[in-house]
Design a protein around this ligand. Structure first.
Ligand code: PEP
Ligand code: MG
Length: 322
């Protein structure tokens, strides 16, 4: 089977009816960019930068981060590199940051919320990303956005960091894109508004599923709900997000695990997703699955799915057609 998949290496990612997609990889360390390239990924759709902050005893400096982001950019040789700003809290603790123990870390002080309250740390990360943007096709992405204010505040800090670098005569990409991870119910519901001020969306189905279904990703008793991106409610969140992006002319990708789910792929094609970001070992298989669908067939299947009211019904039907 591996051998058969090798036939998909070096090819465009294309549906049977000719639509072309971007197929990226998720990475956690700059060195993983090598794996992304070896796996035939067309870029990186999610660099989880919190890994640079883990397994050490102090915050990486701006220079250390700059070197890491630049390294990934150079490995990718001009291919897209979407760098997500620090996403800590929830299931990701970093002891030296001294985060308070919370009753409900998934509902708490994490990700963009933490960064907007710790501006020096946030600005040093943004400056490091901006400086690295002189060496590749880098984009900035904010995690766990729930309000327009957070996006505006984040963009304001990017503008401040640009001004600082400009004053120092340091090179960076003036037109760097700033995107939003849509991974909370709130973001999906206001996707029409966010799409007017974000340069792109990437749907994080791991969290979006948990936050839509009101359950903790780490709690085994409710995992039957938290790992269910095919619930009608979650599908409506995904559909809405993609449609709002398309209507506003911004690109919409998906970097949660669901992007590699063969039952989900026809739905994503039909909704209008244009970028899939998956783990390196899934790249060729996702390219193959996409190649088996025409837009027309995907639309037919999706229309049926949208009439179904339970996940079980949806899964059984999709299994019968993929
Ligand atoms: C997600 O939430 O879907 C996602 C891609 O981010 P993470 O898994 O790092 O929370
Ligand atoms: Mg997430």
């Amino acid at each position: 089977e591996r051998k058969e998949l090798e036939n998909y290496r070096g090819r465009e990612t294309k549906s049977a009816s000719g639509e072309v997609y971007e197929l990226f990889c998720n990475i956690g360390k700059p060195e993983d960019a090598v794996k992304a390239v070896d796996a035939d990924g067309e870029g990186v759709g999610l660099f989880r930068t919190e890994f640079l902050f883990m397994d050490r005893t102090s915050i990486p400096t701006e220079d250390e981060q700059y070197e890491a982001y630049k390294k990934a950019a150079l490995i990718l040789k001009g291919k897209s590199l979407i760098i997500r700003t620090l996403d800590i809290g929830g299931d990701k603790d970093i002891p030296y940051l001294g985060l308070k123990k919370e009753e409900n870390p998934f509902m708490g002080f994490r990700a963009i919320r933490y960064c907007l309250k710790n501006r020096e740390l946030f600005k040093s990360q943004i400056k490091a990303i901006l400086r690295a943007s002189a060496f590749g096709d880098i984009k900035i992405m904010f995690p766990l956005i729930t309000t327009m204010d957070e996006l505006r505040e984040g963009k304001k800090l990017v503008a401040e960091c640009k001004a600082d670098l400009r004053n120092m005569g340091i090179n960076f990409n003036e037109n760097i894109q700033v995107g939003v991870m849509v991974e909370t119910a709130s973001a999906a519901v206001i996707a029409d508004m966010l799409a007017k001020e974000a340069d792109f969306f990437s749907i994080g189905t791991n969290d979006l599923t948990g936050y839509t279904m009101a359950c903790d990703r780490g709690n085994n008793d409710v995992s039957y709900l938290s790992y269910s991106p095919l619930q009608p409610s979650v599908l409506r969140m995904i559909k809405r997000t993609i449609e709002c992006g398309v209507q506003n002319g911004i690109s919409v990708g998906m970097c949660g695990e669901a992007a590699a789910n063969k039952l989900m792929i026809p739905l994503l094609i039909s909704f209008g997703l244009t970028e899939f970001s998956v783990s390196a070992p899934s790249v060729l298989n996702v390219r193959k699955i996409i190649s088996t669908w025409t837009k027309e067939e995907a639309d037919k299947v999706t229309a049926k799915v949208l009439e179904m009211s339970t996940q079980q019904e949806i899964v059984e039907y999709l299994k019968s057609v993929v």
